[in-house]
Write a protein that binds this ligand. Structure first.
Ligand SMILES: [Fe+2]
Length: 133
């Protein structure tokens, strides 16, 4: 016998409702994090094609947030707060200084006149090594 089976039906349904709301809320908060990360990528990447790609990903993530948010508000009528561990993970990603690392940005600038792709590869490798420390 599961512990919830000892509870009255109404209480069991309330617990199940809360569990579904909490799970779907975590998906929504994760999608919000994906939306912010994708939008930061638009500014972080130097190539126009990459900006187009990150922009379309940002739009996709916005739609995912909207779907979960509407479902939670319109159908479930219950939105849970973000799990502290998920928040910590998202904060770690979003507050990482590497989004604006000058070394990485310099290394990612497309090859210019007088610079070979080998020079750029060496610069990128060097920047990535610095980031890995
Ligand atoms: Fe998504």
């Amino acid at each position: 016998m599961r512990p919830t089976e000892r509870c009255p039906d109404r209480e069991q349904k309330n617990v199940q409702h809360g569990m579904v709301a909490w799970q779907l809320s975590q998906f929504m908060h994760g999608e919000q994090g994906a939306l912010i990360v994708a939008s930061q990528l638009v500014g972080a990447v130097p190539w126009m094609e990459a900006k187009f790609y990150a922009s379309s990903q940002t739009m996709d993530e916005a739609r995912h947030v909207e779907v979960f948010s509407r479902y939670l508000h319109d159908k479930i009528e219950w939105e849970g707060s973000i799990n502290p561990n998920l928040k910590k993970l998202l904060d770690g990603i979003l507050l990482d200084s590497r989004w604006v690392s000058p070394e990485l940005q310099e290394a990612l600038i497309p090859v210019g006149p007088g610079q070979s792709s080998a020079d750029q590869a060496i610069g990128l490798r060097s920047a990535l090594r610095k980031l890995a420390r």
